[in-house]
Write a protein that binds this ligand. Structure first.
Ligand SMILES: [Cu+2]
Length: 338
């Protein structure tokens, strides 16, 4: 039995089409450098995460839309961790699915997604870990998962996995930085804009300083199939963080992992009000490359942005192409007193 086949059986993906309910979501570890802190020689600094206090309107919208931007905001999937031959292996179970979501009261949209959510879970590993992704396709069309980062060509995820089939993607997590995964079946723009993508963070061997870590993924929705976006969103749901501001604490380091996943528009900027951020391009450096309050990102570009709010109050963030912002890609930070 070849290695790949054996792994598929070990991970319970054998018997294509029988994968049914056997696949459970990997454990989600809520927030921050909880794993890294353990290996740090310094005691971890306490990071305060103010409660979001979801309004009744927000709760109802999450329920009826089928999209949960709170789940993307501060939740990281570290996978099922095992040791093999003295090294850390992280196993992730990802399933391509399809479901209809409500972008607003009048707009139903059929997503193709990972693990029944848009964006898919934010996967997280440390540089040098072995990453093993059990991918099952129950999405109704051929799909694949293509990861950014370095890996051999046979793990590049461009080969279609037919509906009902499964495969394993396995590689070493490298290099550290902010990466992404997405379906790579043509037309790729369509497969991505329908929701088959997620963030993939590879932490550096020496952890970054403790911070309130937040994921913001910008995406567009072509709701009428004309090859242009009619709606946009942060973390899946248009306008959500305007009705439900993201609570953050004053005078505390905020680390944003920002990804531009907007198809059909060549670029989007990301802008914050009333402050400046430090830019770590593609998360590929430990020291800042530049300081700004607006950064231009092509599709699939992503950065770490760090900032601290000195004053309490509500502050907008959005692309400075204001038509994109007006169509749903806009939010607020609510800075609360420390
Ligand atoms: Cu696809």
């Amino acid at each position: 039995m070849d290695r790949q086949r054996r792994k598929i059986l070990e991970l319970g993906l054998g018997g294509m089409g029988l994968i049914g309910g056997a696949i459970a979501c990997s454990p989600i570890i809520s927030n921050r450098n909880s794993e890294q802190d353990k290996s740090s020689s310094n005691p971890p600094k306490k990071i305060a995460i103010p409660p979001m206090n979801l309004s009744a309107v927000s709760q109802e919208r999450i329920k009826t839309s089928g999209l949960d931007p709170i789940a993307t905001l501060r939740e990281f999937d570290y996978g099922k961790v095992t040791q093999e031959n003295g090294r850390t292996v992280r196993e992730f179970q990802l399933t391509a699915q399809s479901k209809t979501v409500k972008l607003d009261a009048a707009t139903d949209f059929i997503t193709w997604n990972v693990n029944d959510r848009v964006p898919g879970p934010t996967l997280r590993a440390t540089e040098g870990d072995r990453v093993r992704i059990a991918f099952a396709n129950r999405g109704g069309h051929s799909h694949s998962l293509h990861f950014h980062g370095e890996h051999p060509s046979e793990m590049d995820g461009v080969k279609p996995i037919r509906n009902g089939a499964a495969t394993i993607y396995e590689f070493d997590a490298m290099p550290y930085g902010v990466h992404l995964y997405h379906c790579h079946i043509e037309p790729v723009a369509r497969h991505i804009s329908k929701g088959l993508y997620g963030m993939f963070i590879i932490d550096p061997p020496t952890p970054r300083p403790p911070a309130d870590e937040i994921v913001l993924i910008m995406a567009g929705y072509d709701t009428n199939g004309d090859g242009r976006n009619e709606m946009y969103a942060f973390n899946g749901l248009p306008h959500f963080y305007m009705q439900q501001p993201i609570a953050v604490q004053q005078n505390q380091l905020l680390r944003l992992y920002v990804l531009n996943m907007i198809e059909y528009d060549p670029v989007a900027t990301f802008h914050i009000h009333a402050n400046m951020f430090q830019v770590y391009r593609t998360g590929r450096s430990m020291s800042s490359n530049e300081e700004s309050d607006v950064i231009t990102m092509g599709t699939a570009e992503r950065h770490i942005l760090e900032l601290t709010y000195r004053f309490t109050g509500k502050y907008m963030f959005h692309p400075h192409q204001d038509t994109i912002a007006d169509a749903g890609c806009m939010g607020l930070f609510d800075v609360v007193a420390s």
